[in-house]
Each structure stands twice: as C-alpha cells, then as structure tokens.
Design a protein around this ligand. Structure first.
Ligand SMILES: [Zn+2]
Length: 65
C-alpha cells in the first residue's frame, strides 16, 4: 500500500493574468518567471522571481492553465 502517489505534488506552473497597479494594463505572465517582469505600458514591476515562484506585485485577475 502506498499513499505516496497522492502526496507527490505535480510540478505545475501557470500563466497568470495580472493587472498593473499603476495603469490598469492586463498582462499575462509566467508564475515561475526567472526575471523581473515589467508592465508593457508604464514599466511598473509586475512580478519578480522569488525562490522559484514569482512574487506578484499586481492584482491577479485570472489564472490560465
Ligand atoms: Zn502599467
């Protein structure tokens, strides 16, 4: 008997639609980005890498699989 199969987390990564807090632009970013993501419109920081997962600075409006 093994419950290990259920416990192993899937290496899931997602794309997030994030709204820029400064200008309201919505932009799709990768949630495991390895570089800082800037807003295409105003250049504000939307996400920065943080131990594998991105630290999201804006508002997440949707999660895309
Ligand atoms: Zn912006």
């Amino acid at each position: 008997m093994s419950d290990w199969d259920k416990l192993i987390p899937k290496p899931e990564s997602k794309f997030l639609r994030v709204k820029c807090p400064d200008c309201g632009n919505e932009q799709v970013i990768f949630d495991r980005t390895t570089s800082v993501v800037h807003c295409n419109i105003c250049g504000a920081t939307l996400a920065e890498p943080s131990g594998g997962k991105a630290s999201i600075k804006g508002e997440i409006v949707a999660i895309l699989d």
